[in-house]
Design a protein around this ligand. Structure first.
Ligand code: 2U9
Length: 343
């Protein structure tokens, strides 16, 4: 028995000298001393070799050692747990969080959405169509004659795979496609990107965005057109805005007109933006040419319609006083971040 008791003393010293510095070394200790195949258990197995008169004394030594080894284990465990707690105790929850930068809508999207929402309130629905179009839907159906300058390679991007395909030069292809469906009346607005072969500058680009509109029914008149567009600009620019129409020419409308609004910056008095005229052009419009109606299978004796078209970039530049068209497509965050507050 003396030998085993000495061995137990040696284990006590070993345990006292142990450095438990993490969960791995604690687990190593548990396996060595306290597990079912560990030292404490095997020492209890020695009981059967101890003479009967010494069993009681050995049992007491053994129990004391077991208690010592278990207490050591519990103490180390607790101290490790409290150390890992301290990792979070050091966090100051009152500090402001890391900023999550919020993106912003592109100004063209903001103005497009605003325009669409005004026309939706007037009962128009939104229709969209392809940006790669054939000659019929972009030109011929719209009464644009074969020798029209817009058809020139200088003005239009054609696709090399097929001479009949091009990048649409306006969103009017969408109206043609709606008219061809033969369901009347039609009251639609068409937003979208259009392409023109222009040299890029502060005032021109090879692509830009339009919203066009079309209303076809029996007895639609120029008066309807005027009233609708007047309501539209009042909603977009405020009740004080004035409008005027100037006669114009488009192959797809007859009569045709350009609509100006009173200059927002100088209130009509004259400034650089309105080139001292007091007026700014914002859209083109007119009554749909009877030939265009017939091209799409609509009886021009029964139905009439008006159409209008506007460049979103132009309206955005007026609204936000932006002086360079290129800012819309260079993705400069210093420009785009200025629209964060808008929805
Ligand atoms: C159909 C019939 C007629 C759409 C129209 C304009 C006048 C117009 C320009 C404004 C600035 C294009 O972006 S811009 O350069 N548009 O002046 N657009 S009438 O007329 C149509 C459309 C479809 C079937």
């Amino acid at each position: 028995m003396e030998m085993i008791v000495k061995q137990i003393e040696a284990y006590r010293e070993e345990i006292s000298g142990l450095e438990i510095n993490g969960p791995a070394s604690l687990e190593e200790y548990r396996l060595k001393f306290l597990s079912t195949k560990g030292i404490v258990k095997s020492l209890f197995g020695e009981m059967r070799n101890i003479p009967a008169d010494q069993k009681k004394e050995f049992g007491a030594v053994l129990n004391a050692f077991k208690q010592f080894a278990e207490e050591k284990y519990e103490n180390w465990k607790q101290s490790l747990e409290s150390q890992s707690d301290q990792g979070t105790v050091g966090v100051d929850y009152t500090l402001p969080g890391d900023p999550l930068p919020v993106g912003s809508r592109h100004p063209i999207s903001l103005v497009r959405n605003e325009i669409l929402s005004i026309f939706r309130r007037l009962g128009f629905s939104v229709a969209e169509g392809p940006e790669i179009e054939d000659d019929w839907h972009n030109f011929s159906a719209l009464n644009l004659p074969e020798n029209h300058p817009a058809r020139d390679m200088q003005d239009t991007f054609y696709l090399s795979q097929n001479p009949d395909w091009l990048l649409r030069t306006h969103t009017s292809n969408v109206q043609i496609r709606e008219m061809e469906k033969g369901k009347l009346p039609i009251r639609i607005v068409n937003p979208g990107r259009v392409y023109r072969n222009e040299t890029i500058s502060a005032r021109a680009h090879c692509f830009f965005h339009q919203v066009e509109g079309l209303y076809i029914d029996e007895q639609v008149s120029f008066a309807d057109l005027k009233q609708t567009l007047y309501f539209f600009v009042q909603e977009l620019f405020g009740k004080d805005v004035k409008i005027r129409f100037r006669p114009s020419y488009f192959p797809f409308t007859e009569p045709s007109a350009e609509m100006d609004i009173s200059c927002l910056l100088c209130n009509g008095k004259g400034c650089n933006v309105c080139k001292h005229t007091g007026w700014v052009e914002i859209l083109g419009c007119g009554m749909v040419h009877p030939q265009v109606l017939e091209n799409c299978g609509i009886d021009s004796n029964k139905y009439t319609g008006y159409a209008f078209g506007m460049g979103i970039e132009r309206i955005t530049m007026l609204k936000y006083q932006i002086n360079d068209l290129r800012l819309f497509s260079v993705n400069d965050v210093r420009f785009l971040q200025q629209f964060t507050a808008s929805i």
